[in-house]
Write a protein that binds this ligand. Structure first.
Ligand SMILES: [Zn+2]
Length: 534
């Protein structure tokens, strides 16, 4: 038996869907294999087909899977009107719950029903009688409805899934007001989120969930393992809260361990300092600002980033300033320059320019000239209303080509790929780093096709979606020397993004290329500032 922390994944789906990505599994056999491989000890399972074909059929399929796999537990998909339509009428839901299902999951958009206290009364009464929870999903427009449910049924435990790091300004006031509200980890990848939630609302308010099979099953473990909360609190988030909410016994350990040594180190929350790990994609916030306009951003200054890198075992990072993605100007470049001077062994910089201001490209080049650690350019064309092949960038790209720098490209769509296709061959010494190449398999295919045309196009992975299998797909298509680990920290917590690469089913050589060797090679081929010979 191994000594890994026990985990219950509260966000797993099984079954067929109308549209299907061929590399995404849908059956219980593959689910059980993955759970054992990455040490997830039990799972709360929702039916995927219940939300498109028939919830009755979907619930039967999941009940059958749970009956034959002792680590799986059913969440029933059910509309509030089931008594007029389901077999057995009113008794349908109580029977499923009495047969072992552990709660009800609402999908009002897919099942086309309203969701307010008036509609939910019957289901809530059945759940409250049994002490089981209601599971809801938090898109921003849903929060007023969820608030009404929390307010109307204070005795009911409610788990609000899929709240994003960008939605914390909706979630935090609700967590403060409603002690019966719980949240999950899946999309909530804000930096240090577990520490922040535990400190402000208690560690008993969060459960582990992955979003399998669309997302990497073990991907959120680092949020817990590398947090500063107590071991007892880590146990609560990993499985204890799920046991309490869903009335489960603690799951059993596995007898075997199928992980490689990097995966084991991460599973135990140890820094990966025995290996070369480098982050090619970050955005620092000046320490005077602390947080940002669009999202709550925690511990976002350069010193905090380095502290986090130490905890995870990330050696080097290349970042731009967050401010440079928006208004631009000299200040964000100065922020990066200060960080480089304070941490010259760890921090490398992307210069930023907003070409809507006439001097910005010249300012960015002047910063690139300051130090060899300025190794890249980060034009955020989508935000600033430009295209990557806009002639306004020509002097910047020409400079980059002379120094063999890299350009971080916010990508994922065909239009952006076309713009890079237009300029990649013109600047053959410049590396075009296609950020977010693994948002989805669709994005990965678009960027793989581009990379096949241009040897100076590379694929970077970071995104909240943590698409299961996409890293492996890109390595299969392009070889591991063209795929890069990056995080977008401190907007997203770097831990889950690192897990995405660490838990990918790759050979050790391929994994180490992705994790850091590739970035070492890129850094090594950049040339020093030109010293006035522009
Ligand atoms: Zn970014």
């Amino acid at each position: 038996m191994n000594n890994f922390r026990l985990y219950i994944d509260c966000g797993v789906k099984l079954g067929r869907t109308a549209k299907r990505e061929p590399l995404v599994p849908y059956d219980a056999a593959e689910l059980m294999r993955e759970m054992e491989r990455v040490a997830i000890h039990a799972a709360m399972v929702e039916s995927a087909s219940a939300t498109n074909y028939s919830y009755v059929r979907g619930n039967v399929e999941v009940a059958e899977a749970c009956a034959t796999n002792q680590r799986l537990f059913q969440l029933v998909t059910c509309p509030p009107t089931y008594k007029w339509e389901a077999p057995q009428g009113l008794a349908y839901l109580p029977k499923l719950l009495d047969s072992g299902a552990r709660g009800v999951i609402m999908r009002p958009t897919n099942l086309n029903h309203d969701m307010d206290p008036f509609d939910l009364e019957l289901i809530v009464n059945i759940l409250t009688e049994r002490g089981l929870p209601l599971v809801l999903f938090g898109a921003d427009e849903e929060y007023p409805k969820i608030r009404r449910v929390l307010e109307a049924f204070p005795e009911l435990n409610v788990l609000v899934m899929d709240g994003r790091w960008g939605s914390l300004r909706h979630l935090f006031p609700m967590l403060e007001k409603f002690p019966n509200m719980h949240i999950d980890t899946c999309c909530n990848q804000a930096n240090d989120i577990i520490d922040i939630v535990a400190k402000n609302f208690g560690a008993n308010r969060v459960v582990y969930s992955s979003g399998y099979p669309g997302r990497v099953m073990s991907g959120l473990k680092p949020q817990i393992e590398y947090s500063a909360i107590s071991e007892a609190d880590k146990d609560l988030v990993a499985h204890g809260n799920a046991c309490r909410l869903f009335k489960l016994d603690a799951p059993k350990s596995y007898d075997t361990c199928q992980m490689d040594e990097v995966e084991i180190a991460m599973t135990l929350g140890k820094p990966l300092s025995d290996w070369v790990v480098n982050d090619v994609h970050g955005h620092v916030v000046d320490e005077d600002e602390i947080t940002t306009a669009g999202v709550m951003m925690f511990n976002s200054c350069a010193n905090s980033i380095v502290k986090k890198m130490d905890a995870l075992g990330i050696g080097k990072i290349v970042f731009s300033a967050w401010e440079g993605l928006f208004g631009g100007g000299p200040r964000p470049n100065e922020t990066v320059w200060c960080a480089i001077q304070n941490h010259p062994d760890r921090i490398y910089g992307y210069a930023t320019a907003n070409p809507n201001y006439k001097d910005d490209i010249a300012i960015a080049i002047s910063y690139l000239e300051k130090h060899k650690n300025f190794v890249g350019l980060k034009p955020y064309c989508q935000m600033q209303g430009r295209k990557f092949n806009d002639p306004v960038y020509k002097p910047w790209y020409e400079y980059a080509n002379k120094r063999r720098l890299f350009v971080l490209v916010h990508s994922g769509d065909q239009e952006t790929a076309n713009q890079i296709d237009d300029i990649a061959a013109t600047y053959p010494e410049t590396t075009f780093m296609m950020a977010h190449s693994a948002i989805s398999f669709e994005s990965a295919r678009i960027n793989v096709a581009l990379a096949k045309k241009h040897p100076n196009v590379m694929l970077e992975i970071t995104f909240t979606s943590m698409t299961r299998g996409a890293v492996e797909y890109m390595v299969r298509e392009m070889g591991s020397e063209r795929v890069f680990f990056g995080t977008d920290q401190p907007m997203r917590d770097p831990g889950p993004q690192l897990a995405w690469a660490v838990y990918a089913e790759l050979s050790m050589e391929d994994k180490l290329n992705v994790l850091g060797r590739n970035m070492e090679k890129l850094l090594a081929r950049t040339l020093p500032p030109l010293g006035g010979k522009l």
